[in-house]
Design a protein around this ligand. Structure first.
Ligand code: AHR
Length: 496
């Protein structure tokens, strides 16, 4: 059967906030240490301790915003342990993630240095679970106060004269759960109101305050938070992980060696984020009809499988295949579609943890299929969304169904129309006709990310096994673009 789509390039639907393409880096496993940070004395080429190869690769996907230091780690992190001479910094136990020693060598100054190197906006998550209001308030003062004050003076003693610009600040993480304090929504809403009061705007620095939001489908949490504290927040977070297996701590399924049905379940579970966004947004609309408060999906994707054999179970290290690429593509299409409410998302996590962009092994580094999707989709960052209506066959898995083909379309400043499409069917290609209206079509180019095997992935020995190649399987007849989308593929088209 042929699927169809209509693009109305002159019907615009707002801007796709570039922060939808954000990332998350926690003190977890080998994300910060080994992933980003190797220290100045390392043989691995680095700039002030930060790996050069990683910075170069991440700059290529244009990371707009980076969330740090957690995650669960944030609610046990005491920022004062992570400043001053490194040899004097306190050593602590990372209780959530493997019980390993955290030497605090990567702290506030190192994080801002990383953001500078990546040319990315910092997003700092504060400690509500085990921290105090004073601690949070002093952190903001340390980072952003320009003038004389105990914290600003201390920052200067530690080598940073001018304050940093900090826009995004999270008031706690998963405060409904075991690592965030096991709070009820009423209690957290009150705490949020109190803590955020002391997250001050100093000088020109205006902070966008993000409240800890719901877990998955906890609609009551969203309702209570919006009702009790909606007026005091700029963003409300949402966390959702794609876990194919039934049991969370065991039996989530393998990242590579999985049966075909697990592909299908993974796609359906990834697609579920559409329903979550729509239902949480409807509640937010009740209290905030003008959509002032952004939905900030600051942990997502994050396909979550069993860890790779022989690795620390607390390090959440897993491979990344073409299946993960489809999860990323489908999710990003959904986020673009909801650009009226979704203002930022942060995939979990950047390096060596869950659905990573990058895997490292000592001096070696590879990029994953998920990385390639972020690279192919970067054209949507801050672009103008245009109308795209897709009518697609259904992809069915038991009782569940989703469209076989999903997509998004946007127009960049130079007038180029960019279309991204995902075919989640692992066996069947899709003949797809796109009617391009409202644009003069002179030249079309495309790239495709696909593979023969459902678990195709890159390894340190075969780093380019999965990578995008030129896509030519299309024809243009007047305004109709006829495409053959391969099975399990992500396709990016540019129309000039
Ligand atoms: O990303 C791993 C963990 O998942 C985060 O620390 C936590 O916020 C979530 O439960």
């Amino acid at each position: 059967m042929t699927n169809n789509a209509i693009v109305n390039a002159d019907v615009t639907k707002g801007v796709i906030n570039k922060n939808i393409y954000g990332h998350f880096a926690e003190h977890l496993g080998r994300c910060i240490y080994e992933g980003f940070w190797v220290g100045e004395d390392s043989d691995i080429p680095n700039t002030n301790g930060i790996r050069n190869d990683v910075v170069e690769a991440l700059k290529n996907i244009k990371i707009p915003v980076l969330r740090w230091p957690g995650g669960c780690f944030a609610d046990e992190y005491h920022w004062k342990d992570g400043i001053g001479p490194r040899e004097n910094r306190k050593r602590m136990v990372n209780t959530h993630w493997g019980g390993v020693i955290e030497n605090n060598h990567f702290g506030t100054h190192e994080f801002f240095m990383l953001c500078d190197l990546l040319e990315t906006e910092p997003y700092v998550c504060g400690n509500v679970g085990s921290g105090s209001i004073q601690e949070m308030s002093e952190w903001v003062e340390y980072m952003t106060f320009d003038g004389e004050s105990p914290m600003a003076n201390w920052r200067q003693e530690n080598g940073k004269q001018e304050p940093w610009a900090l826009k995004y600040f999270g008031v706690g993480n998963e405060n409904w759960g075991g690592c965030g304090g096991n709070m009820r929504p009423q209690y957290y809403a009150d705490l949020y109101r109190r803590f955020q009061t002391y997250v001050r705007n100093y000088g020109e620095n205006k902070i966008y305050r993000i409240a800890g939001g719901p877990n998955v489908a906890d609609y009551n949490w969203t309702d209570v938070l919006m009702r009790e504290a909606g007026k005091l927040m700029d963003g409300l977070s949402l966390h959702y992980y794609t876990v194919p297996g039934g049991e969370f701590w065991t039996g989530k399924g393998s990242a590579t060696n999985f049966p075909e049905e697990e592909w299908d379940v993974t796609m359906q579970k990834a697609y579920y984020i559409k329903e979550l966004i729509e239902k949480h947004s409807a509640i937010m609309d009740k209290y905030d009809p003008k959509k002032r408060v952004g939905l900030i999906i600051d942990e997502w994707g994050g396909t979550w499988y069993d860890v790779e054999e022989g690795t620390n179970p607390g390090f959440l290290y897993q491979q990344n295949t073409i299946r993960d690429a489809l999860v990323a593509g489908v999710s990003l299409n959904i986020f673009n579609e909801h650009n009226d409410r979704v203002q930022m998302t942060n995939i979990a996590q950047t390096i060596n943890v869950l659905q990573s962009m990058i895997l490292t092994d000592k001096e070696k580094m590879i990029v994953t299929p998920t990385y390639h999707v972020f690279e192919m989709y970067k054209v949507h960052q801050d672009a103008t969304k245009v109308s795209l209506d897709i009518s697609s066959d259904k992809f069915k898995t038991g009782e569940k169904e989703m469209p076989q083909v999903t997509g998004s379309a946007s127009k960049s400043n130079d007038g180029t129309l960019n279309i991204t499409l995902c075919n989640v069917d692992r066996e069947n290609s899709s003949d797809f006709n796109v009617d391009l209206r409202g644009i003069e079509v002179n030249h079309v180019t495309g790239r495709v990310l696909t593979a023969n095997e459902i678990d195709a992935h890159n390894t340190f020995d075969n780093p380019d096994n999965v990578h995008p190649v030129e896509f030519t399987d299309f024809q243009i007849n007047e305004t109709i673009l006829s495409i053959k989308l391969p099975s399990k593929s992500v396709v990016a088209l540019s129309v000039k």
